[in-house]
Write a new protein. Sequence first.
Length: 135
Amino acid sequence: MKASEIFHKTANGQSEVEARSDRLSMKERRVLILVNGEKDTATLKQLSSCENIAEILQSLLDGGFIAQNGDTLTLSEFDPATDPTEVDPTEVDPTEIDPTEVDPTEVDSTEVDSTEVDSTEVDSTEIDSTEIDNN
């Protein structure tokens, strides 16, 4: 195991930390708590004071409590409530947005492209002709 390898908790690992089901040794539990997707193996060894860090990490890997960063999470391991990533607006398909779910109070009217307004949808009875500039 390389000193630069980084691990993250799986859903099983998160459950173990929260539930304390006593399936892990004290050292395994200590290392599992320290695993956060940012600390590398060398840092985990230093913080945990476990000389056999490679064995402990391998045991946690084998038990499904942790996974190496870069490994794909399964859908059951993904928790949107704790996922730090945000949605990239450039990746959102506007055709998939349901307009009935949009809160109009959150819409910034300065971002509306007037070339995309369908004039057939404007109710002319709501237009105040005294406010129209005919210049």
